[in-house]
Design a protein around this ligand. Structure first.
Ligand SMILES: NC(=O)c1ccc[n+]([C@@H]2O[C@H](COP(=O)([O-])OP(=O)(O)OC[C@H]3O[C@@H](n4cnc5c(N)ncnc54)[C@H](OP(=O)(O)O)[C@@H]3O)[C@@H](O)[C@H]2O)c1
Length: 322
């Protein structure tokens, strides 16, 4: 059940259009899930140090690579520069830490995780007396990007990209960089279709990756626990999705993912459930018709789940919203 569609990056590297997300998966869960994911054909893994499980991911990768069950060049591994390290002086040491934890000598994609930075604390993000997140307002994307380019020269990553950047921030980077970003990772799903950003990226040869492609129950729970009002979005119960799923004898999640893939966008659904994890990769034996694609495209509700409002005070950042 291997991934059958690859997206070619602007440096020629091919990225499998389905990867596995690893956020909100504790060590024991992600180890078992990744082991199964590699068995059933996943080759693209989306990681980040803020998910606090890169060591566990590294243990699974080492087992598979050392036993020659898989070749390094057949894997596509992404990790990210976290907000507390979002400054030029931190890029190399932070990437080297991730490589050490992942037990790899290089990653395939290194992304700037967020357009904002917070002070380097070595632990939890700092809060002020009001409980607001402390932001570092001096973030300079152009200077960070120059250091990201050096990471490619050093062979520590094959490609570099960005995540959660808005149109203005992407354009500024395009206008001021030698190496153009290969990848933009953003929230994208049926109710937040991101047409403008997808068009901007296609026009500039940037592959888009959809995070939270199934609507991310995790972020909704996180927001609720932070006391932020949040609409629950239950994409898999949308009547149109259910109707199309019934027509193709597929699950609603498979329809949601297939709709993304047919837009030439990559998707990184997270599942640590054996059945759902396999389901999410098994989307190659059917195709959505033009009518189905356009009826799904009419369902955009502009509902953004991951607006970082779970970080109280984020709205004070000079470039908010992303
Ligand atoms: N760049 C960023 O800032 C950023 C932000 C958020 C996420 N991400 C990345 O994107 C990945 C995916 O996003 P996400 O984790 O927020 O949300 P998601 O993939 O949209 O949704 C994950 C949730 O859906 C459930 N699920 C998975 N497959 C399913 C299926 N076939 N049917 C029904 N439910 C299913 C999962 O539960 P089970 O595990 O129990 O199946 C989990 O609760 C993350 O893991 C992370 O790698 C990046």
């Amino acid at each position: 059940m291997a991934c059958k569609k690859f997206l070619t990056l602007n440096n020629g590297l091919k990225m499998p259009s389905i990867g596995i997300g690893t956020w909100m998966a504790p060590d024991h869960e992600i180890e078992a899930a990744l082991d199964l994911a590699l068995k059933v054909g996943y080759r693209h893994i989306d990681a980040a140090p803020v998910y606090l499980n890169e060591k566990a991911i590294g243990r699974v990768l080492k087992k598979w690579l050392d036993s020659n069950q898989i070749k390094r060049e057949d894997l596509f591994i992404t990790t990210k520069l976290p907000p507390p390290a979002n400054r030029p002086s931190c890029v190399e040491k932070t990437l080297r830490n991730s490589l050490n934890d992942l037990q790899l000598s290089y990653v395939d994609m290194y992304l700037i995780h967020t357009p904002f930075s917070v002070p380097e604390t070595g632990g939890d993000f700092e809060r002020d007396a009001n409980g607001d997140i402390v932001i570092d307002p001096t973030t300079d994307h152009i200077e960070i990007w120059k250091t990201m380019e050096k990471m490619v020269e050093l062979g520590l990553t094959k490609s570099i990209g960005i995540s959660n950047f808005n149109k203005k921030q992407i354009q500024r980077l395009l206008d001021n960089s030698k190496t153009k970003p290969s990848n933009l990772q953003i929230e994208l799903h049926l109710y937040f279709q991101q047409n403008e950003l997808v068009d901007l990226c296609k026009a500039n040869n940037i592959v888009v990756t959809a995070y939270s492609p199934l609507g991310s129950r995790g972020i909704v729970d996180l927001k609720k626990s932070a006391g932020v009002k949040c609409e629950s979005i239950n994409l898999i119960e949308n009547p149109k999705v259910l109707e199309i799923a019934e027509n193709h004898k597929k699950t609603p999640a498979q329809i949601l993912l297939r709709w993304i893939i047919q837009r030439d966008v990559c998707a990184i659904p997270k599942s640590t459930n054996p059945e759902r994890l396999q389901q999410n990769l098994n989307i190659w034996d059917f195709e959505l018709s033009n009518d189905e694609m356009s009826s799904l495209s009419k369902l955009d509700k502009g509902i953004r789940v991951c607006d970082f409002s779970f970080f109280k005070g984020m709205e004070k950042h000079p470039e908010f919203p992303w």
